[in-house]
Each structure stands twice: as C-alpha cells, then as structure tokens.
Write a protein that binds this ligand. Structure first.
Ligand SMILES: C[S@@+](CC[C@H](N)C(=O)[O-])C[C@H]1O[C@@H](n2cnc3c(N)ncnc32)[C@H](O)[C@@H]1O
Length: 213
C-alpha cells in the first residue's frame, strides 16, 4: 500500500501554501465564497446532517459560511493545518481531524466534500482515495472535476485538470454540478455523485503504469 512519506506530507503542505497565496486574489476570493454559499444551499437540499470536508485545508472559505449541518468534520493530512484549524475554529458541532484520504478509515457522513484534492494526487493515490471512499459509510461525494480536463500523470503535489467522467475514471454523469471558477480560469465544477453509483463503474487499468507517483 502506498502511504505518503513524511517528506511527501511536507511537500503537500508547501504546495498548499503556494496555492493559498494565489487564491487570495480578490476575484477568486469572491467567487470561492459564492461557490461555498451555493454548496451550502445544496447541503440543505440534500438534508445533509454530517458533512465530512476532506481535505479542509485551513477551513478559510467555509469558516465564512453558516453551514446548514448538525456536525461538520474537517480533516486534512497535514498535522500543522489540523492543529491550527482546531485551535481557531473547533466548536461542539465542528471537529478537525488528521486523516489521509488515501489510507485512513473515513468517518461516516452524509456527504464528503473533496474540493481541489485529486488534482494534486498521482494516479495511484487517486485510486487509493476512490477505493477508500467506496469502502466508507458516506452517501454523497461532492468533488472537483474539469468537464474538458485532460487526465495525465503527475507526481503528488503537482497539478492536473482532472476529468472524472473520462478514462481512466469513467464516472457516470454527475447528479448535479456547481461551477467553481472565475471566467479567466479553466472551467471546473464541484460535481455530485451518490457513492453507491460509483461501485460498478468500469475502471480502466492504470493508463500511466510506471509514470510519476
Ligand atoms: C488545494 S488544497 C484544498 C483545500 C480545501 N479543500 C479548499 O478548497 O480550500 C489541497 C489540500 O489537500 C490536502 N491533502 C493532500 N493530500 C491529502 C491526502 N492524501 N489526505 C488528506 N488531505 C490531503 C493538502 O494538505 C491541502 O490542504
């Protein structure tokens, strides 16, 4: 089983720091907040009681939204982020945990929000993460996908525009999509699936065997 080494956890943290600085551009902040508000409306529609936000990063965007859920669980692989979100944002209805999406058992939840994560993982790690989600007791998956994205091999910590409906992932059409980008960026969405509907998808063999990890 591929577990991230201490070094790769560190590089994930470093990459994330760079991303956060880019995201602080005002137009992006505004759009992301709008998208979070839309996601919050969707949680209400789906009657989500327990939300698992994995990865939650620094909880920056969602801390600004009054989430319509009974219990929010934010989790991330980077221990420093978890310690920080815990000290700044934990409440009786909010828990922050250190969880590796690829290898750790996932807490039961009505919906897993997995925003901007697969885009930074190698194909092996995405496989582990999807299999982990399929083993979990989670009803819905709301995650980032690029409708015209091009799946390609990357090393964990780099970036690619993942298209979950194209090979090798072959997800069915999502139940619902929320746009999650500003006009100058490549269109991408938060797309919703019932986890149950992902059990029988035709999963192509790793297209990039021997490629970057
Ligand atoms: C681009 S950030 C997205 C954070 C948040 N979802 C957001 O939209 O702001 C990517 C996050 O994924 C986390 N991460 C990367 N690999 C992970 C893994 N295997 N398990 C859990 N978190 C992971 C990183 O630590 C980082 O916080």
């Amino acid at each position: 089983m591929v577990r991230p080494t201490k070094c790769s956890v560190k590089s994930i943290g470093a990459t994330y720091g760079v991303i956060r600085r880019q995201l602080l551009a005002a137009d992006l902040q505004c759009t992301t907040l709008k998208e979070c508000a839309k996601a919050s409306g969707l949680l209400h529609q789906l009657k989500v009681r327990t939300l698992l936000d994995l990865p939650c990063g620094d909880f920056h965007w969602l801390s600004k939204i009054d989430l319509p859920v009974e219990h929010y669980i934010g989790a991330d692989i980077v221990p420093e982020l978890v310690a920080r979100t815990n000290s700044l944002h934990s409440r009786p209805d909010r828990t922050f945990l250190q969880i590796d999406l690829c290898n750790d058992p996932l807490p039961a939840a009505d919906l897993l929000l997995c925003r901007d994560c697969f885009v930074h993982l190698s194909e092996d790690m995405i496989d582990l993460a999807i299999n982990n989600i399929l083993r979990s007791n989670i009803r819905y998956l709301l995650t980032t996908t690029f409708p015209a994205g091009r799946n390609r091999p990357i090393r964990t910590g780099d970036f690619f525009s993942i298209n979950l409906c194209a090979p090798p992932y072959n997800f069915p059409p999502p139940i619902k999509v929320l746009d999650d980008y500003v006009p100058s960026y490549e269109p991408h969405q938060l797309a919703l699936w019932e986890v149950e509907s992902l059990h029988n998808i035709r999963r192509d063999p790793p297209a990039y065997a021997g490629g970057p990890r």
